[in-house]
Design a protein around this ligand. Structure first.
Ligand code: AMP
Length: 427
């Protein structure tokens, strides 16, 4: 398949050529012609499949074929994304393709001053790429008019729902004219996505870049069984032994990301953390440093990492297994991007066994396990184990003390005692 055969204009063919894309990816081959026909789509595609160009190219083409606005340009396409980083990335693609056809795209997200965004919107734009919260802020202020939008894209919709954006999405959809085309992209298909699709899509074409809920098979997966307290030592060992470069490491919490980063730095490894408590400018700078190779290990939480376009990422490490199995698929989608091979390594301790089972159930197969002799469970006299057990005991004692103090502070509320009595009688 070639881009020419997909029916794209010469200007866009030269744009993909300039990007160095020689042939469309499977999602591009399937989605572009259907979008150009004006149909709604429900597309299963992870980051790394080329999904951005799969919607950006046909949208830019369709907008360019409409007669130019007589008065101020009003947005005709709205792309909703879960994170600022993804907004910047998708916005960049829209600007790049759009510029060639005299279209204007702008990016709207929270966490930065709103005035510059208002100025840009006032100048008139054709395409808005936005995170839902800040977008609604503009609508409420009357600084953005959505009444001309005829294409709505929900990018990484599953992630937006995970982040609690469902009401915002439905609110935004309610501001659009009744007749519009909707393109929904999601890496996974939980029930919440099926419900949303049922609500906002009109007879959609279903397009799959990869089977639903399955991680890209260009990624080699493995899991190292290791004690919780020795994960950092194992990770540092792997990084140093095999001279790992450009690794993205996922932790479950922001605190965990910071702590691991500090420890890796003290092991002499150039690491940096990226998470939602860091300022936007710091996140952007860290990402740039990582891309340029100044930072060797990027430690990230799920929210911060979602949608980041880091090409040529050879390895992803799950330092903690994710609580939500779908996030495993998102995480390992960072590697094995557009035609490249990748490795996803998970470090799992005994306490994470139930999470591992859930992930393997979602994948439909077991992840090959590795055990390193030096990281096998230690005996009970090991000082690390003794210290960890003591800590757990102290924590439990503290919790108990708190509970006792609470209960002696006043009578505990009983819930519906009458009902309880009645139940006892019945038995
Ligand atoms: P995306 O899934 O949109 O985040 O894209 C993932 C990566 O694939 C990006 O770095 C794109 O530049 C790249 N890409 C997109 N389309 C193609 C293509 N047809 N050929 C090669 N690389 C591509």
């Amino acid at each position: 398949m070639s881009f020419e055969k997909l029916g794209l204009r010469a200007e866009l063919l030269s744009a993909v050529n300039a990007q160095g894309y020689t042939a469309p990816t499977p999602i591009q081959t399937r989605a572009i012609p259907v979008i150009l026909k004006g149909c709604d789509i429900l597309a299963g595609a992870q980051t790394g499949t080329g999904k951005t160009a799969a919607f950006a190219l046909p949208i830019v083409q369709m907008l360019s074929e409409e007669p130019p606005a007589k008065k101020k340009r009003q947005p005709r396409t709205l792309v909703l994304v879960p994170t600022r980083e993804l907004a910047a990335q998708v916005g960049g693609a829209m600007q790049d393709y759009g510029r060639r056809l005299s279209l204007r795209a702008t990016v709207i997200y929270g966490g930065i001053n709103i005035n510059a965004q208002i100025v840009r919107l006032n100048r008139g734009v054709d395409i808005v790429v936005a995170t839902p919260g800040r977008l609604l802020d503009h609508v409420d202020r009357g600084t953005l008019d959505l009444s001309r939008v005829r294409i709505l894209v929900l990018d990484e919709a599953d992630r937006m729902l995970d982040m609690g954006f469902i009401d915002d999405i439905l609110d935004v959809a309610a501001f659009l004219p009744e007749k519009h085309q909707t393109l929904l992209f999601s890496a996974t298909y939980p029930d919440s996505i099926k419900r949303l699709a049922g609500e906002i899509l009109n007879n959609p074409s279903r397009i799959e870049a990869a089977p639903p809920n399955l991680a890209a098979d260009v990624v080699t997966q493995m899991v190292y069984r290791v004690e919780r307290l020795r994960k950092r030592e194992l990770l540092a060992g792997l990084i140093q032994k095999d001279n790992w470069d450009k690794v993205m490491v996922f932790t479950r919490t922001r605190y965990g990301a910071d702590k691991l980063t500090e420890q890796l730095i003290s092991d002499g490894i150039a690491a940096a953390a990226i998470h939602s408590s860091k300022s936007q400018s710091l996140r952007t700078r860290t990402l740039e440093d990582f891309k340029r190779g100044l930072v060797q290990i990027l430690v990230a939480t799920d929210v911060a990492a979602r949608g980041l376009d880091i090409s040529g990422l050879p390895r992803v490490v799950n330092f903690d297994l994710p609580d939500i199995p779908e996030n495993y698929v998102h995480r390992i989608g960072r590697t094995g991007r557009a035609g490249e091979k990748g490795v996803a390594i998970s470090l799992a301790c005994d306490q994470e066994q139930p999470l591992l089972v859930e992930i393997e159930r979602l994948l439909g197969h077991k992840i090959p396990a590795k055990r390193l002799a030096e990281f096998q469970p230690k005996n009970d006299h090991d000082p690390d184990i003794v210290a960890a057990k003591r800590k757990l005991k102290e924590r439990a004692a503290k919790k108990q003390k708190k509970a006792i103090a609470k209960s002696s502070a006043g009578p505990a509320k009983t819930r519906n005692p009458g009902k309880k009595r009645k139940n006892i009688k019945k038995q």
